[in-house]
Design a protein around this ligand. Structure first.
Ligand code: 5CA
Length: 445
């Protein structure tokens, strides 16, 4: 993409009403614009990051054997009356009436709708296990939408639902989700720690939230510092292997790590004192096992191996996709702007032309641009007629991990400069070497 043809409305001023760094940078970097309180338009740069996160979520869910689909945002109130949640959900639910006077709602979550699909089409235990998921916009009329995409009213969520014959099978589905979530967050460059939590309006008392530690997080958390040493890495997982998935769950959840709703001071005090931590975290996901709560209420039964109808065991599993954009920025930025990791960056590499209009510099940039593009990467070429300081400031703000700087002086010696956004270190090398290095970073080749 050439910056002169892109839509990147960066702001020079720090927006006054943005209290945390991710909110400020998302507005300043032209990633989004508030439409109403807690509702945002995703501008091209923000939309690219959102799509990248969605892709990672899809890849990891499919790898775990879960099946993608798409349900609507608007749901019928009648289904929610069947489960009893239409009244229970309270003021967070946006209720709407259509022209025929039918009650509808903008879905805050989808347990009812998916259970209705299940009961309509599945009648035998032979069709189990089944896990369906989608990535769809949700609406929760939060009392205090704030911190930009962190606590929105409209937000993008991945929500998945497992249907299993019994509790053991459903717990394996729970474990599969835990494993796939650990992989997902690590691919995004994040450490998200599973912590014992509370079921809230979804229900069930077996649930973990995934928290990214950050001072600006809305949740208070208590944990044994040893949990921060755990990494998933690139271990191979067989998602059908019950013992292996259970082993990962135990490895990652045995040590004390809880949100304030489930915090137990006496248990916490058993952690050696020098490892006890009280901190804040951003909740980027939550997994639930709630047994037959919805299947009983909505009559989602299958014929069991003994021929008798039996209510399926269910769980639901969510990832806050739009919130993650903010969480990643909270976890990775400096005073100049965002620092994306290679896995989620909106463009792979910036190209800064220090002297637009200089024949040698223009030609070198064009050739870098086409070579990176031909290698399957997406460079962002700042080809505007602007001073170098302004171009650097924009690149630093939008946080691409790599930048190639091209100027007439360097070109006289046959070199350009390759700079890492994270370390700030620059290296001079030939344009060919710069392309090779950037391509190798992204493709491993
Ligand atoms: N049905 C279950 C799991 S699919 C469910 O709704 N879980 S949840 O309530 O925990 O939401 C899942 C994730 O969505 C949360 O972990 C959080 O990351 C994200 N989320 C929840 N509310 C908001 C909000 N107001 N703004 C942005 N993200 C949110």
């Amino acid at each position: 993409m050439r910056l002169s043809r892109y839509f990147l409305p960066v702001l020079k001023e720090t927006p006054a009403d943005a209290a945390i760094v991710s909110h400020r940078y998302m507005l300043r970097a032209g990633m989004m614009k508030q439409a109403q309180a807690g509702i945002y338009s995703w501008l091209p740069l923000g939309f690219k990051v959102l799509r990248k996160l969605e892709n990672i979520v899809h890849e990891e869910q499919v790898r775990a054997g879960h099946i993608p689909m798409l349900m609507p945002t608007l749901q019928s109130a009648d289904l929610w009356r069947e489960s009893g949640r239409y009244e229970d959900y309270g003021e967070e639910m946006l209720r709407i009436t259509d022209r025929h006077g039918r009650d509808m709602l903008y879905g805050p979550t989808n347990e009812e709708l998916i259970t209705d699909i299940f009961r309509s089409h599945v009648s035998s235990y032979k069709d189990l296990p089944l896990t369906l998921y989608h990535i769809q916009w949700k609406f929760r009329d939060e009392r205090r939408p704030r911190f930009g995409v962190m606590r929105g009213r409209e937000f993008l969520m991945k929500d998945g639902y497992n249907f299993d014959l019994d509790k053991d099978a459903a717990l394996h589905a729970y474990n599969r989700h835990l494993v796939s979530y650990l992989r997902t967050y690590e691919r995004m460059g994040l450490q998200a720690i599973p912590m014992r939590a509370d079921g809230g309006p979804i229900g069930g008392d077996y649930t973990h939230e995934f928290l990214v530690l950050a001072d600006t997080g809305e949740s208070e958390v208590f944990y044994d510092s040893a949990v921060t040493d755990l990494t998933f890495g690139d271990r191979q997982i067989d998602y059908d292997d019950v013992a292996q998935c259970q082993g990962v769950l135990e490895e990652f959840t045995t040590r004390y790590a809880r949100t304030d709703e489930t915090h137990d001071e006496a248990l916490f005090n058993e952690v050696p004192e020098d490892r006890r931590r009280v901190a804040r975290g951003i909740e980027v996901g939550q997994i639930f096992y709630f047994g037959t709560k919805y299947s009983e209420a909505l009559g989602a039964k299958v014929q069991g191996p003994d021929g008798k109808p039996t209510a399926v065991h269910m769980g639901s599993h969510g990832i806050g996709v739009s919130r993650l954009v903010g969480a990643i920025i909270e976890a990775s930025h400096d005073d100049k702007g965002i620092i994306w990791s290679e896995g989620v960056t909106p463009f792979h590499c910036g190209i800064v032309n220090l002297k637009q209009g200089d024949a040698a510099a223009d030609a070198a940039c064009e050739s870098l641009y086409s070579e990176l593009t031909n290698a399957g990467l997406e460079p962002l070429y700042d080809d505007r007629d602007e001073r170098a300081g302004g171009k650097f400031a924009t690149m630093d703000l939008i946080g691409l991990p790599w930048r190639i700087t091209v100027g007439p002086r360097g070109l006289k010696n046959g070199v350009v400069e390759l700079t890492s956004r994270r370390t700030g270190e620059s290296e001079e090398m030939t344009p060919d070497a710069a392309v090779k290095k950037v391509v190798a970073i992204y493709t491993g080749k």
